[in-house]
Design a protein around this ligand. Structure first.
Ligand code: S3P
Length: 171
């Protein structure tokens, strides 16, 4: 299968963007990229280490620069970091570059999915487990208006077969 434009996967941390990008890529034989990996290659260190020493604002600048530069001629599936669509006019740029899919999960499911994945994510690494759901609920509220601009939304609470549906649509 050949894509004529990039497809961006957007959504909160833990919603499965990176894993899905890989699965779609091997199922449909299209290339895939992960913005977080591109950032880490450019920085020469992990996102966690960079944010811990330079702060989130500095990370957002690098993230935006690489988002704007990396996908202009790329015709494949791209997993974006959870915050990427939500800063400056990044979501507008994403919509100009290609098509996008929001992988939507409720906060309580994201908490479960993030169990064991906190340490590499600087924004949640030091949030105690019993405060995580509240933090995610607030952050989701802040970010929802960006995610919801995506071309397509798959709501995994309403539709447990969303993945099969997506694969069928793309087949
Ligand atoms: C972030 C999500 C992370 C990564 C960074 C910030 C966020 O990516 O870009 O830690 O602000 O939601 P994942 O969504 O792949 O965890």
């Amino acid at each position: 299968m050949a894509l004529s434009y990039p497809i961006f996967l957007v959504g909160f941390m833990g919603c499965g963007k990176s894993k899905l990008a890989k699965r779609l890529s091997s199922r449909f034989n299209v290339p895939h990229l992960d913005l977080d990996n591109i950032i880490e290659d450019e920085l020469g260190t992990s996102i966690r280490a960079f944010v811990d020493s330079h702060g989130e604002e500095a990370f957002r600048k690098v993230e935006r620069k690489l988002l704007l530069e990396s996908f202009k001629d790329f015709k494949g599936i791209i997993a974006l970091g959870g915050g990427a669509p939500c800063y400056q006019d990044n979501m507008q740029e994403i919509l100009k570059l290609g098509s996008s899919v929001y992988l939507k999960y409720p906060a309580k499911t994201l908490v479960q999915r993030l169990a064991g994945g906190k340490a590499k994510r600087p924004l949640i690494a030091s949030i105690p487990d019993d405060e995580l759901q509240g933090w995610i609920e607030a952050k989701l509220k802040e970010r929802a208006s960006y995610y919801e601009q995506a071309t397509v939304t798959f709501d995994f609470e309403k539709d447990r077969d969303a993945y099969s549906f997506m694969f069928a649509q793309l087949a």
